[in-house]
Design a protein around this ligand. Sequence first.
Ligand SMILES: Nc1ncnc2c1ncn2[C@@H]1O[C@H](COP(=O)(O)OP(=O)(O)OP(=O)(O)O)[C@@H](O)[C@H]1O
Ligand SMILES: Nc1ccn([C@@H]2O[C@H](COP(=O)(O)O)[C@@H](O)[C@H]2O)c(=O)n1
Length: 232
Amino acid sequence: MAVTPVIVAIDGPSGTGKSSTSKAVAARLGLGYLDTGAQYRAMTWWMLANGVDVADAAAVAAACAKPSIVSGTDPLAPTITVDGTDVAGPIRGREVTSAVSAVSAVPEVRARITELQRSLASETAAAAGGIVVEGRDIGTTVLPAADVKIFLTASPEARAARRSAELSGADAAGLAATREALLKRDAADSGRTASPLAKAADATEVDTTELTLEQVIECVVTLVEAARRPVR
Ligand SMILES: Nc1ncnc2c1ncn2[C@@H]1O[C@H](COP(=O)(O)OP(=O)(O)OP(=O)(O)O)[C@@H](O)[C@H]1O
Ligand SMILES: Nc1ccn([C@@H]2O[C@H](COP(=O)(O)O)[C@@H](O)[C@H]2O)c(=O)n1
């Protein structure tokens, strides 16, 4: 049975499992995948690489039209380039992670990246039969007409433990520091004026604290399959 393209928005705070879940759901259902956080990180990487003071919102706004940010939407091999350079590794570094909330709070940055996201989402959805887009404001602002909206949550302790597990040898002090850094970024992302991190009124909230990643993936796949409509 032919089905219409499905648009899936997955939002939530840091470390709730958005990327892992979105990639797996997209791969399982044969859909495209867009990591919008990677786009804000790529913009931040470019600002830092070009000596723009990320605390100066006017300077960030004046420069944000310059970089060419290109995202690949294959969930099995997502890519991100800036002016043709592969930045998938550098955008995960500590310097970018510390600066990204300041850059993403600038309205001109959001306007530019939101436009990129909308056009990529519609092109990819048409070509691949749908797309899973993950971020902070997808269900509220970027794609408010998405067919499925999910808001993932988890306790700060669970999120910090998951992040620390990625770093071998993380101790109790490291865990506490990771927890504080996650909460600081969430507070900045939720507190900004322009398109803050928020649950859309019509999103389904999934608390992943006590769930395995596989259980979260199953839950989202079930919601997406229920929303897919046959072509008339
Ligand atoms: N339900 C789960 N149970 C255990 N570990 C999980 C679960 N979901 C995700 N993880 C692990 O938690 C870590 C963070 O997950 P992920 O990167 O998907 O989160 P995120 O919400 O995309 O984070 P960020 O917003 O910071 O990019 C990863 O190591 C992932 O494997
Ligand atoms: N839709 C989005 C997605 C992300 N951000 C900002 O980017 C930061 C990094 O996101 P990760 O998912 O890679 O951790 C995030 O902290 C936000 O500042 C955003 O504003 N909107």
